[in-house]
Design a protein around this ligand. Structure first.
Ligand SMILES: Nc1ncnc2c1ncn2[C@@H]1O[C@H](COP(=O)(O)OP(=O)(O)OP(=O)(O)O)[C@@H](O)[C@H]1O
Ligand SMILES: [Mg+2]
Length: 491
């Protein structure tokens, strides 16, 4: 019987074992060598197997995943050569997402959920400035101020700047220069459109884990052409998603097939100048998320873009052609060749330089979890359309989506901004005790749309995390906060 995850052909089909698909993977290769088509073929296969997928559409051409492809000589040739008797063009169920809310459902999170560590990275803050940002978050926790959108944090930064002496007395060093720097970066982020990322309703992860009534996994496509203009925002968003998946999904050990497969395209952006603390955490998240049934597949030009500790965890590999123009390139190709389990008779270094478009050196994990010897293989042809999706068709699909209406309307509930405004008018600083949740004060329309948890869970998380920090030394939240506490339990 054919393996449902056959994605390459080397005399016989080479398939990923669904049980091993949560052991992560790598799709690498020079530009134009076929990485995105490989990603597409894998996404189609996972979807057909009932596994939801998340991927970023960097060039804006993955919308075609929703449409059946059409015959062309390159594809026909592969179908024939591989003996794919049951090959049929087909579209997959997709769900479109877009931080800017134009090409898909808006993707938002709250500042509270993101936490100061990732936010510092997003804003490009120095260590000292990050320390001050931590104080702002701590102040918000202590005074029951919800940090949802950028407006909240800007109001809080302004408040801190106006009351620097008081903050300094309570929390230690809070320099006006640092607050000023944070305010400038927040403004820059907002002006660059990054403000769209924060607010409510916040993304519910369950909405990324959907299957259709006929049992196919939904392929979530994050429109990233515009988002990529700010690589830092792109990388931070994906990192946040990964960490939320890690934090929220239950432990399931080694499942029959993954719960979700997460493709991280342009993965070098994730690791570019990544501060060491975060890098360590990313390594941990990648290592541990496997037992939550999430497979992470990094796509990048050179395997050297990926830190060694993470590369070592990527068991399923598709290495497309590499170029060796410079001595540095040659070193990279040699390193790439050496990461594979060698098959006698194949010179992988030479092979990597010779590979044609849509060809790759492939090695997947066998049922015992060891990598099979690397083979030179051709990637299966995609079943979906390689042509970009027409805007009108995309719009139709977005409106048809069962999620349409859930995120489209932004809501702005009482949070730090409103409470600080109130305080300014009454001359009172915010009270120390948290207010009751404003559920009953919400207008009816908002109440329906309010994804039950938003304010409540942001607040709750916020408190849990600040409670956690009382035990530890540094204030680290978001990605890192609860990961830290989970790890503490494990060691
Ligand atoms: N498995 C395949 N079957 C048929 N055609 C393929 C296959 N792989 C690649 N191609 C052809 O090669 C072209 C380039 O492939 P692709 O876009 O995947 O490259 P890439 O490595 O993602 O490039 P970039 O680095 O620029 O993103 C495709 O548009 C397609 O025409
Ligand atoms: Mg590509």
């Amino acid at each position: 019987m054919q393996n449902p995850l056959d994605v390459a052909f080397a005399g016989a089909p080479l398939g990923l074992d669904p049980k091993m698909a949560n052991r992560h993977g790598l799709i690498a290769g020079a530009t134009g060598t076929g990485k995105t088509v490989t990603l597409r073929v894998m996404a189609e296969h996972f979807s057909a197997l009932g596994v939801p997928v998340f991927l970023a559409d960097i060039k804006g051409d993955l919308g075609g995943l929703s449409q059946p492809g059409i015959s062309n000589p390159k594809i026909d040739e592969r179908v024939k050569a591989f003996g794919l008797a049951d090959f049929a063009f087909a579209g997959s169920p997709v769900c479109f997402w877009d931080v800017f809310g134009v090409k898909g459902h808006p993707v938002r999170t709250t500042l509270s959920e993101m936490g100061p560590l990732l936010l510092s990275r997003l804003l490009g803050l120095s260590d000292v400035q990050e320390g001050v940002l931590n104080v702002l978050f701590k102040y918000a926790d202590d005074h029951g101020l919800l940090l949802l959108d950028l407006k909240d944090l800007r109001a809080l930064a302004q408040f801190a700047s106006d009351n620097a002496a008081q903050l300094r007395a309570e929390y230690g060093q809070v320099s006006s220069a640092s607050i000023g720097a944070i305010q400038r970066e927040l403004l820059g982020l907002e002006n660059g459109g990054g403000g769209k990322l924060f607010g409510e309703p916040a993304l519910k992860l369950a909405d990324l884990l959907r299957t259709t009534p006929d049992g196919r996994g939904v392929i979530n496509i994050l429109s990233s052409d515009r988002l990529m203009q700010s690589p830092q925002t792109y990388a931070t968003l994906l990192l946040w998603l990964l960490s939320e998946l890690f934090e929220q999904l239950p432990e399931i050990g080694d499942p029959e097939k993954p719960k979700l497969v997460f493709f991280f395209d342009e993965a070098h952006l994730l690791f570019d100048e990544l501060p060491k603390v975060i890098r360590g955490k990313v390594e941990q998240v990648v290592r541990l998320i496997r037992s939550k049934g999430v497979g992470v597949y990094f796509c990048t030009q050179s395997p050297l873009d990926i830190p060694e500790e993470i590369l070592g965890q990527l068991g399923n590999r598709v290495q497309h052609a590499l170029r060796a123009f410079t001595p540095r390139d040659q070193k990279a190709v040699r390193a790439a060749a050496e990461t594979f389990r060698q098959k006698p008779g194949i010179n992988l270094y030479e092979t990597l330089l010779e590979l044609q478009v849509g060809e790759a050196v492939v090695s997947f994990l066998d049922s015992t979890g060891s990598p099979v010897p690397a083979e030179r293989a051709k990637i299966f042809p995609p079943r979906s359309s390689l042509a970009p999706l027409l805007d009108a068709e995309r719009e139709r699909l977005v409106k048809q989506s069962p999620l349409f209406g859930t995120y489209e309307q932004e809501i702005d509930r009482e949070s730090a901004y409103e409470r600080l405004q109130l305080g300014v008018r009454s001359g009172q600083p915010p009270a120390a005790a948290p207010p009751p949740l404003p559920e009953t004060k919400l207008p009816a329309a908002t109440r329906v749309a309010a994804r039950a948890d938003s304010a409540g869970s942001a607040m709750m998380k916020s408190f849990l995390r600040s409670a956690g920090t009382a035990l530890g030394s540094a204030i680290v939240r978001g990605l890192m906060g609860s990961l830290k506490s989970n790890l503490r339990g494990r060691r």
